[in-house]
Design a binder for this molecule. Structure first.
Ligand SMILES: [Zn+2]
Length: 115
């Protein structure tokens, strides 16, 4: 279950962004995850909840935003979302695709309450 390792990495990053003693001020943490990042969102949320409540981040909520898979067609240059993992260009039907995005895993926002 590699979600636990990923949750630990996220916790490390969050901890570094929060002033000492302000763990409870951490609110929503927005994460952007591509379909190829190999993440099961529910599993990652579960691991994160266990770790965050154990480190005093009692208000932290992990919000996982899933990004679409984008592929570039080498035949016609069309760049669009691949639907349902069908690897054919939606514009020309060709199968000569290059994955442009879909493997990202990044924290885009950490909300910290004032006060
Ligand atoms: Zn095409």
């Amino acid at each position: 279950m590699h979600e636990l390792g990923i949750a630990e990495n996220i916790m490390d990053i969050v901890r570094r962004s929060v002033p000492e003693g302000r763990a409870a001020a951490v609110g929503n943490i927005r994460l952007r995850v591509g379909p190829f990042a190999g993440i099961v969102p529910d599993s990652l949320k579960f691991c994160f909840d266990v770790l965050s409540s154990g480190s005093g981040m009692t208000n932290a909520v992990l919000q996982i935003e899933q990004t679409p898979l984008v592929a570039l067609c080498r035949d016609c240059g069309d760049k669009s979302g691949v639907k349902n993992f069908v690897f054919a260009c939606p514009a020309c039907g060709g199968g000569n695709l290059e994955i442009v995005s879909g493997e990202e895993l990044e924290i885009i926002e950490i909300e910290i309450a004032d006060g």
